[in-house]
Design a binder for this molecule. Sequence first.
Ligand code: PLP
Length: 417
Amino acid sequence: MKHLKEQDPEIYRCIQEEELRQHEKIRLIASENYVSAAVMEATGSVLTNKYSEGYPGKRYYEGQQLIDQVEALAIERAKAVFGAEHVNVQPYSGSPANLSVFLAFLKPGDTILGMALPHGGHLTHGAKVSISGKYFHAESYSLEREGGQLNYDTLREKALACRPKILIAGYSAYPRILDFARFRAIADECGALLLVDMAHFAGLVAGKAHPSPVPYADILTTTTHKTLRGPRGAMILCKAEHAQAIDKAVFPGTQGGPHNHTTAAIAVALKEADSEAFKQYAAQVVRNAKALAATLLERGYDLVTGGTDNHLMLIDLSNKGISGKTAAQALDAAGLVLNCNAVPFDTRKPFDPSGIRIGSAAVTSRGFKEAQMEQIGIWIDTVIQNSTNGAVQAQVAAEVKELCRSYPAPGLEHLVG
Ligand SMILES: *Cc1c(COP(=O)(O)O)cnc(C)c1O
């Protein structure tokens, strides 16, 4: 980065220090990952200089000879990896992707039904503060008070009572596999379209470590930067019959020119996802989450639903006498970076809720296996037991740094040796 270093030392320094932070801390935020150096190179390429409103073969500006190839490759690879009939790779991120789906099928005031935000749903699934909750009539379903699982009979009753135009299956903080066949049946019974938002678990689907929702959904949205391990971006997958409505809703409905550097990086990530190595990564992500969950359960932690089937777990800290925010801050000081999170039926406020959320994708990308996950569980427990003890946090931070030295993250290998 010699040009950046010379021209803008302030930003250069922030990037250098962020690189170091990502190298020497253990990143447990469930939505984060490490992209490969190849994905990073595509993201930082001259494709950012090009405008290409429209779609391959139908653009408003000239000079699309190579952009069309890039976007066509991204689309073909996405269709192959997920077995989808149609894919739009242009959404800028997960939130605009969901907005485009709503624009394609809803009028203002129409009803949508999604998982409640404090129960693991996403803001864009109808939260009151989001456009999805302001412009549409948003209803929500909850998890069970006992056990924290999704009850499909209750969901069905809710859906039949409110008759949503779109039923949303998907989450940001639910540690279990959803029953997509059940969602399909409920959507059919109440005449709704089924939207599966697989932002969090798309990488596990691509790597065949999680059942595919693609055969069941009318439309799917996904970010590309979470478990899928691509650049920040999103895709919409759908049945052929909805292809035109989706494409029109993305452009010109909600967006202008696509981010071609991101499209290229999505194509690179999808090529990586179509490999044996990625299958191993996806399977290891799930094994790693289970190993950490087991370690925490042994130490008396209250995991929502009692465990995990995917890449994430949600821990209710109420029985440990510490709030989610206090725990997350103490853990950050100890080099273990995660986020506080509301738990179902939380009695605390969203900014300082009762829980923490932990994900295993980023650490798996840097090569951690079950043994390292068990060590992480022990560290988490030590820090939480000593949340006001700076010396303990510093000691754990030093041990974390030492472990990270042996596991250089993808794209950051230059920071060791
Ligand atoms: C992360 C996420 C999104 C939004 O993605 P952004 O890229 O942050 O806009 C949408 N839906 C779900 C379920 C998510 O987890």
